[in-house]
Design a binder for this molecule. Structure first.
Ligand code: C2E
Ligand code: MG
Ligand code: MG
Ligand code: MG
Length: 284
């Protein structure tokens, strides 16, 4: 009715709202510069097996803002997506991850089967030159493709596109691996699981959070583990914070883990030390 519409119209010019919009515009301008000014970083978090040996790591974006300090991806990735900056930022992350693998290999710090997972946004994956961008990075930096695992969100598969399958097959033929991030939270049909060259399902943190609290989450976790086994896929649980969660997951047969309990995401120097102190089995 007229009265509430009037109030809404007034709210549009709310000084608080203006402040929010101005802060956003400022952050957007800052983000434009972040890449050139080398303010973006990758942090690394381990992925471990049932005996807590390192299987690999996930690379996670951080923005070291000159005034605001450390900014987490959830606070700038949506902005990057809206402004088209996610494409160059995503490329930077891939290239930095590849260089990091090369550096660790040169220092002799990696176990034989160590893999680094890199998050790929939907827009980045959909980019018409994505496959060429990857092959270019691999060739320029000279790492073995099998060292890289691409984490795709389920929303990539929301529409059943032959383009997705073709891209994945090409990348797979180079030797890259694929993981489905936050598995179980998307709205995609499960049929893609048997049609696409996948390697791993990553059980979303929200289910792990509710382990032992919510029976439905427990049942879902067991189902995802069983399903991955039946489909011949690897499975990993993310967001592990307690020993109780590990105990449950081991009982369910979960073979791989990631979470604060084992390791926080670390800046590269700290991760170097961690790799240095870790004993990779010779046969690994
Ligand atoms: P994600 O890929 O699902 O990454 C896992 C997130 O959970 C990370 O948050 C990680 O720091 C956090 N985490 C790990 N262990 C625990 C735990 O035990 N408890 C809790 N509460 N959290 C844990 P982060 O680093 O803030 O990243 C958030 C999201 O931003 C990522 O979720 C991913 O979707 C996106 N992201 C991060 N880096 C990149 C990137 O380079 N490219 C793209 N496209 N997206 C990225
Ligand atoms: Mg991820
Ligand atoms: Mg995840
Ligand atoms: Mg997540």
């Amino acid at each position: 009715e007229a009265k509430s519409a009037g109030r809404d119209a007034w709210r549009f010019f709310d000084p608080q709202m203006r402040t929010v919009l101005e802060a956003r515009t400022a952050l957007e301008a800052d983000l434009q510069q972040a890449l050139q000014q080398r303010q973006l970083q990758l942090y690394y978090q381990t992925q471990v097996d049932s005996e807590r040996r390192i299987l690999g790591a996930e690379a996670l974006l951080r923005w070291q803002h000159p005034v605001k300090g450390l900014i987490l991806p959830e606070q700038f990735i949506p902005l990057a997506e809206e402004t088209g900056l996610m494409i160059p930022i995503g490329l930077w992350a891939l290239e930095t991850a590849a260089r990091q693998i090369k550096d660790w290999e040169n220092k002799g710090l990696l176990g034989r089967s160590f893999q680094l997972s890199v998050n790929i946004s939907v827009s980045q994956f959909r980019h018409s030159h994505f496959v060429e961008q990857i092959s270019d990075i691999l060739a320029r930096i000279g790492i073995e493709p099998r060292r890289l695992k691409l984490e795709l969100s389920e929303s990539v598969f929301a529409q059943n596109s032959s383009d997705t399958a073709e891209k994945m097959r090409k990348l797979k033929s180079f030797g890259l691996a694929f993981s489905i991030d936050d598995f179980g939270t998307g709205y995609s049909s499960l049929s893609y699981l048997k049609q696409l060259p996948l390697d791993q399902l990553k059980i979303d943190r929200s289910f792990i959070n509710d382990l032992g609290v919510d029976e439905n989450s427990t049942a879902l976790i067991q189902t995802i583990i069983g399903m991955s086994r039946n489909l011949g896929l690897q499975v990993i649980a993310e967001g592990i914070e307690s020993e109780t969660q590990v105990k449950h997951l081991l009982e369910f047969g979960c073979p791989a883990f990631q979470g604060y309990l084992f390791c926080r995401p670390l800046p590269v120097n700290d991760f170097d030390s961690l790799l240095h102190d870790h004993h990779f089995p010779a046969t690994d």
